[in-house]
Design a protein around this ligand. Structure first.
Ligand code: NAD
Length: 698
């Protein structure tokens, strides 16, 4: 766990080296071993200085998040944090110099150890990052980070770092004063040792323990970096409170303030939900946990993209950015060139902002090969079809593409609604046909829904997942069905907003309720953005495909009235649920309630919020019952990345877990009695509730 040795000159090396782990983490065992090593070095009169280092590629990663999931008693956590503070405080005040040799990334708890050292020297490795990502998981740094950081780098810089959660590269960290020196990789231990034997001998104290110390507090300056949209207010708010309160008192009291906030945050369902979904489930999805085993990795040298429209041009851009050549094909060369020009615009924006070098941009562009002839697909390992959402058009494209493609290449459809098994009927090799559902804008959205048709083979699924990973996106595997997973649940949610509207709930209330629920944008604003016309198209498609099984939904009715009767199809037309005046300040259309001839309902905000949340969870549970989604983790990751479901609720299944299955079932039955059978709990939930089962460990 911790290697300990004292060299001839009296420097004790305390080297983190956790066995069976790729990186060093703070857990009960490693913390105890570290504490023992520190005490041993401080008590040994022959030791002149302590050198803290790592035997792994990175320094120390932070707290083992599995412990966060298990934390249940705030009082217990508080006491543990106080013990940890006592150790670090002892280390920095015992009169012996302590230096950290940062050979690589140090995050959260790992960086907090480094901050309790008197000297920090880092390897100049541009891949290394130093920061506090806790806020992105609904947590706060509990090992002194909120107190030592502002004392080291000043109040404003610390607040920004702690609430944004973005790690700094070594050179940035040096400039910010977070570390003392940057050296060539491999020389950090030598440099740290040299300091311990020279300057360190004269000054083994922290700045905050020296007389006259004052925190850099810019006068009159506005507080910066209060929070970003992705950050739940609870964690960011508590961080700011810790910094503000803690920097007005002595360090010991400040650390106790931090421990109190940390302990009360760690036991919340919000923190656990975020850790479970954003950390564990997301890592597992990115590590391709659902990939069929025993299949050699797929290699992608050249990929085809048919359709250079909105989706095709974005997908081609993402492929070229990942370093893969892409043939971008449309009805003729000119149309394909127009698709490539989208990349040109995006790249020039990136270079202007300094986010990409000119050379890199030229490289990306050179990998996009526009074409007007299907023969250009002959050497592609995988081809994606992103043409109009029309079965006949897609069938024609499938036949033409397969005639040109290598027999072993995969054909993927980017359809958002048409079942893959049906589209595969046009294919001569259905085992190599699959769905890859990208989200718009494809170059930025991190999720790809990988849809397995009835005939899709394991090898095709595995290679399609490898491809998504090569694009540095997150794949979630779903099974065939109308709307697959994400589009289906999102549509159920949007339709619920339309039901509320029809029942007479004011549009403002619905928009606000969705924000209270944690959704990034109100459902009416979202519908305007994606266009109500598209919803009418979906309704018509459903009616045609389902025949007598078709059930009209609120969204079908409202979208049709808005588009066909009122001429308000959405943002593109400048009018939908909102008006879009030229000054850019959209506002809800005043004529909405009259135009829809709504009934007058009096419903509390809590009831509206509940319906918007329940419907997403009920529909997701139905997807699981039908086998469209097989694992709770996939459902939750897909929801958070796919339609911005609030991570602090875990996900639609994470939310059922948080509420408790029996309680959730009861809520469904109560709401169904008033609002309709769409809320009736699926048998999966009632039977899990009766058996006392849970989706996640409790
Ligand atoms: P689009 O109309 O912007 O682009 C379609 C492109 O396909 C056009 O450039 C058209 O010229 C080209 N095309 C049509 N027939 C062709 C053929 N026979 N050969 C070659 N090219 C042909 O449409 P879009 O919004 O990019 O959507 C494309 C597909 O992606 C659809 O299946 C859609 O359902 C799906 N999708 C869309 C979104 C979205 O947000 N728009 C999201 C996910 C998936």
């Amino acid at each position: 766990m911790i290697n300990y040795r004292v060299d001839g000159e009296g420097i004790a090396l305390i080297e983190w080296d956790m066995q069976q782990r790729a990186e060093n983490l703070l857990n009960d065992e490693s913390v105890a071993a570290f504490g023992a090593a520190v005490h041993r070095a401080l008590a040994d009169p022959s030791v002149k200085g302590l050198l803290i280092a790592s035997a792994k590629k990175s320094f120390i990663g932070g707290v083992d998040l599995a412990q966060v999931l298990k934390a249940s008693e705030a009082e217990h956590v508080y006491c543990r944090m106080l013990e940890w503070h006592k150790l670090l405080r002892h280390m920095e005040t015992a009169g012996k110099p302590v230096a950290a040799a940062l050979n690589g990334t140090a995050l959260g708890g790992g960086l907090e150890i480094a901050l309790a050292c008197h000297y920090r020297v880092a390897a100049d490795d541009p891949r290394a990052g130093f920061g506090f990502p806790e806020v992105t998981l609904g947590l706060l740094p509990g090992g002194g980070g909120t107190q030592r950081l502002p004392r080291l780098v000043g109040l404003d810089a610390a607040k920004a770092m702690l609430t944004e959660g973005r790690p700094l590269r070594p050179q940035e960290a040096l400039k910010a004063g977070l570390i003392d020196a940057v050296v060539h990789p491999g020389e950090e231990r030598v440099a740290a040792r040299r300091w311990l034997l020279t300057d360190g001998q004269d000054r083994p104290t922290q700045p905050w323990d020296r007389p006259g110390f004052a925190i850099a507090r810019p006068e009159g300056a506005a507080t910066s970096g209060a929070s970003s949209a992705a950050v739940p207010p609870t964690a960011a708010h508590r961080i700011l409170v810790c910094v503000e309160e803690g920097t007005r008192t002595d360090l010991e009291s400040a650390l106790a303030i931090e421990a109190r906030h940390f302990a009360s945050l760690v036991v919340t369902s919000e923190a656990k939900n975020m850790v479970r979904t954003l950390h564990f489930a997301m890592n597992e999805a990115n590590a391709l946990g659902a990939r069929p085993a025993g299949i050699a990795p797929g290699k992608f040298r050249r990929v085809g993209m048919i359709g250079a429209g909105m989706m095709g041009s974005g997908i081609a851009h993402a492929i070229a950015t990942a370093g893969i050549d892409v043939v971008l094909l449309d009805v003729d060369l000119a149309a394909a060139e127009r698709g490539k020009s989208y990349s040109r615009q995006q790249l020039s924006k990136l270079s202007q902002k300094g986010k990409m070098t000119e050379d890199a941009a030229i490289g990306v562009l050179s990998r996009i090969h526009p074409a007007g002839d299907y023969a250009a697909l002959s050497d592609c390992d995988l081809v994606i079809e992103g043409v109009f959402e029309d079965r006949d058009v897609k069938a024609g494209v499938t036949r033409k593409a397969e005639a040109a493609m290598r027999p072993d290449a995969i054909l993927a459809s980017n359809t958002s609604t048409l079942p893959i098994t049906g589209l595969a009927l046009a294919s001569k090799r259905r085992e190599r046909f699959i769905g890859l559902h990208f989200f718009s804008p494809a170059e930025r959205m991190p999720l790809v829904e990988v849809i397995r048709g009835k005939h899709t083979s394991d090898a095709t699924l595995a290679h399609a997942m490898d491809f998504v990973k090569a694009l540095r996106k997150t794949p979630v595997v779903v099974h065939d069905g109308r709307g697959f997973y994400t589009s289906r649940v999102l549509r159920a949610y949007l339709s619920e907003a339309m039901s509320l509207l029809e029942e007479g709930v004011p549009a403002e209330t619905i928009e606000n309720a969705s924000v209270i629920a944690g959704m990034p944008i109100g459902p009416l604003a979202l519908l305007d953005d994606v266009s109500l016309e598209l919803m009418v198209k979906f309704a018509k498609q459903d009616r045609a495909d389902l025949g007598p099984d078709y059930r009209e939904r609120a969204i079908d009715r409202v979208a049709t009235v808005m588009t066909e009767k009122l001429g308000r199809p959405g943002r593109k037309a400048g009018k939908g649920f909102y008006d879009y005046p030229p000054d850019g300040k959209k506002h809800l259309w005043a004529g909405l309630a009259d135009a829809l001839a709504v009934r007058c309902a009096s419903m509390s905000m809590e009831d509206v919020v509940e319906r918007l949340l329940l419907i997403q969870s009920v529909e997701t549970a139905r997807c699981m019952e039908e086998g469209v989604v097989r694992r709770a983790e996939d459902a939750d990751v897909g929801a958070v990345l796919g339609w911005g479901y609030p991570a602090l609720r875990g996900g639609p299944i994470g939310w059922i877990h948080t509420v408790g299955i029996p309680e959730f079932v009861a809520a469904c039955e109560r709401v169904a009695a008033r609002a309709g059978s769409r809320f009736l709990p699926p048998a999966l939930l009632t039977s899990m509730g009766q058996r006392g089962e849970a989706f996640y460990p409790v």
